[in-house]
Design a protein around this ligand. Sequence first.
Ligand code: ADP
Ligand code: MG
Length: 593
Amino acid sequence: MMHAIQILPEAVASQIAAGEVIERPASVVKELLENALDAGARQVTVRVEDAGRRLMEIADDGAGIAAAELPLAVTRHATSKLRSAEDLFHIQTLGFRGEALASIGSVSRLTLTSRPAQHAVGARLVVEGGTLRANEPLGTPEGTVVRVENLFFNVPARLKFLKRDITERQQIDALVTRYALAYPQVRFSLFQDGRAVLQTSGNGDRREILASLLGVDTARQMIEVALEDQDVRVQGYISPVALTRSNRREITFFVNGRWVQDSALSTALLQAYRTLLMVGRFPLAVLFVELDPEAVDVNVHPAKAEVRFRSPDAVFSGVQRAVRRALLTSSPVPQVSSGWQPPQPTALGQGAFDLHSASRPAIDPAWDMAADLARAEKSEGAAVNAASAQNPAALPPSGMLPLLRLVGQVGGTYLVAEGPDGLYLIDQHAAHERVLFERMMGGLTAPLAGQALLEAAVVQLPAAQAALLNEQIPLLSRLGFDIEPFGPNTFRVRAIPALITGSDPAAAVRVLVEDFEEDETPLQAEREARLVARICKRAAVKGGQSLSPEEQRALLRDLEACFSPRTCPHGRPTMIHLTVDVLERQFGRRGSR
Ligand code: ADP
Ligand code: MG
């Protein structure tokens, strides 16, 4: 069947255009935030109801829109930020396409209320599904309020693509928090269903806002980055090597005040961490890259989420140098000076804990992280063979932890140890997970030993899971599984990794397959790491399992050999470190005198 060619009605055309820019509630918030910032707002208040489905309202105290121009603001290709095509190459504003308000108005009920400072009265305009409903003068405070109600009410197909409320809400939280971080001199407030989620002071202090994004503890560990180059400036925060995540979601880049998703920038960051992180682990980072507006082409993506650099190499190498330098000059884990030896084991209660005399622990201020990097690099190349995964023969300490002296076990769950810089409480399960994980990942160059089962186990799976398992058989066999197809959607398990012998083989396989399902990453290395982490979780000693002193000591030594000893493979902490300072303060030994 053929139709004649026709020009689409304006309403249809703008819905199509809206599809590119407005994908979900967070995209609305992004566009409106950008408008507020472009208008020079010092204060921005965002209110969201029902994860943005019912309402998103952004109020600012910026320049405002003259009543006469309100209808233009919601017209497609109408903008105050651009006059000619030439201007496109030195854009200083976040917006320039003149599309956002028109797009939003075509897929929601949009109310625009505004008054520029120099006008006595403002005005209000309402657009619903692209149709102008009202436009009237109105007394209103200076600035602009944009209300977006019933998003996608006229595009039910879009509604179906929205994720669960919690996900949509998180997207908005993440977005507003990141913009707050990028514009610390602007006061941001975010309310979700009346609850204050974020409130920044606008005093320019980024650390404060970083704590909202990452939590106080994590934020405190972040390393500051500051590089000022001829043509690129890189500022922000990166995580120390001991603090990682299993995905790239905590990597954020702003380029000239604009949040961009640029995989090349992330790659530059990851390269700076090369050899410092385990396979499948990623740093956290919030980096602000600034360069001459003319060196960036911002007009390459409808939602302006990507940019193109005139000289990409200069930008990437700037990022890399900035990160590398920050990593090298900060010593995230204080290292023991060479003179310190772990005290000889003494019976508890014999004064081994003379913390007062040890109150100025010898931490080498010039700890040479470079040497550590070199060491890490070397050991990366060293072939750790499969046997070492089963044979806990001591590996040398990685230098990422001070040498620890075992004090004992508490509640069959935690190890207590002493270091030169205070007390360590170690979660034995998490610590053992970390140890196994690094051994197995180190061993992945050679297949891990499997343990043949006396009797093969048969697993039957739903078709979709069977297909996933089939794809991963080669990887699983490197991890010590021997699995073969055995009839439709059925598999025979003939061996499992020696590390998890004793567990039910069929159950182990089922658990792994469930993991494949959640796994969205296309990266094989990440999948491997996640699989291994899953296996280690099963294999690790449990909390509540009492360990002999030898076992406890062996676990400590093994942990000292790890390159990321402070977190388990799932990113949870393996230890709590009570520094001498903290202990002294808690006991009132300091400050009160
Ligand atoms: P763009 O931001 O690309 O220009 P928009 O559709 O987002 O396109 O906005 C259209 C115009 O409306 C802007 O160019 C600006 O002049 C005006 N405008 C939108 N939001 C605000 C605001 N919060 N404060 C002042 N002016 C605004
Ligand atoms: Mg805009």
